[in-house]
Design a protein around this ligand. Structure first.
Ligand SMILES: [Zn+2]
Length: 333
């Protein structure tokens, strides 16, 4: 029996690859790297953290071998249709973890390179973790919660066995996509229930905290950081109404402008896959006067790319040799 869907996917993959190769013959591609956290974590089920050592080696290598553009240089190439130099890239970080200010920024400053930090603003100044970290803290940490969970999600009841680690791991992976699809107020109701059930505080861990006001102000004064918005509550925009999307995007911009005293020109769509934002999101980003917006799908950037849907490449906790291999692939394929 032939699996048609995988054959079709394979064909699409080939077409995509050759389009990339032809584009790269016309013009050098640039790439946009996407980091989230610089930290050593015991559990990292979403693979968001890169260790400090790996990050340092990535940066040292990039500085030697690649052109790490400033955000303005990158943006200018696209708005003025100027070709990129060979091996051009920019660095970006999503979400606004405190380690961006404490671990990543000093490395960038020491090498005199710049990155764009997209920050979700709801947790600034609170001790709450992002919801995906709360989910990990509740289900994947070494503790014994009650053996059964009954959870109400927007009026719908779910029932799970949680009697051993394997069962809780399954609940984690089952709940992750369910929680991702909820609006912020429903999400909060879920975590209120889960924290009571597990007997853990709503406040989170120091190791998973997000930036405080002082971190953001420190960043805003550094030549190595450009600050961008990433919605207030880190929501998948496409499930919201026009007005809800507008409020989410505008609020993050205003919070950051108030904190930094600077105009915030950059935005990235939370989660960033093509299904996580829509035409309305792009329209709002333009209406709110952002000059560039990043997505999160795999592709390279050329001077003719859509500046409101910049593709990016997620960096995992790769050792330096693996990192080099990935980079080579991004430019050659
Ligand atoms: Zn994000």
């Amino acid at each position: 029996m032939i699996d048609l869907s995988s054959t079709m996917l394979g064909m699409r993959g080939c077409v995509g690859k050759s389009v990339r190769q032809i584009s790269n013959l016309l013009d050098f591609p640039a790439i946009v790297l996407l980091y989230h956290r610089i930290a050593d974590l015991e559990f990292d089920p979403q693979q968001l953290a890169v260790s400090f050592q790996n990050f340092y080696q990535h940066m040292e290598y990039l500085k030697k071998v690649y052109h790490i553009l400033t955000i303005d240089e990158f943006q200018e190439s696209i708005t003025k249709r100027k070709p990129f130099l060979s091996r051009s890239l920019i660095l970006t970080f999503d979400d606004g973890y405190a380690d961006n200010a404490q671990q990543a920024l000093p490395v960038l400053e020491s090498l005199n390179v710049q990155a764009l930090f997209y920050i979700s603003t709801a947790n600034i100044g609170s001790r709450q973790e992002f919801w995906w970290d709360d989910l990990e803290r509740i289900f994947l940490q070494d503790r014994q919660p009650p053996p059964e969970l009954k959870l109400s999600v927007d009026g719908r009841m779910y029932s799970f066995s949680t009697q051993n680690f394997e069962a809780r791991r399954l609940v984690y992976f089952t709940l992750h996509p369910i929680v991702k699809k909820q609006k912020p107020e429903i999400r909060e109701q879920i975590f209120q229930q889960l924290c009571v059930w597990a007997g853990v505080p709503r406040e989170g861990r120091e190791t998973h905290r997000t930036m405080m006001t002082t971190d953001i102000q420190k960043m805003s004064k550094s030549k190595s950081a450009v600050i961008g918005a990433h919605t207030h509550n880190h929501v998948s925009l496409s499930m919201l109404s026009y007005q809800e999307q507008f409020d989410e995007i505008q609020k993050s911009k205003l919070v950051l402008e108030n904190l930094t005293g600077q105009k915030i020109n950059h935005f990235s769509y939370p989660y960033g896959a093509r299904e996580d934002y829509d035409r309305q999101s792009i329209r709002i980003v333009k209406e709110l006067d952002f000059t560039m917006a990043s997505a999160n799908f795999y592709w390279q950037v050329h001077r003719w790319s859509d500046i409101y849907q910049i593709p990016r490449i997620v960096v995992r906790n790769w050792g330096i040799e693996e990192f080099k291999q990935h980079l080579k692939g991004f430019y050659l394929s």
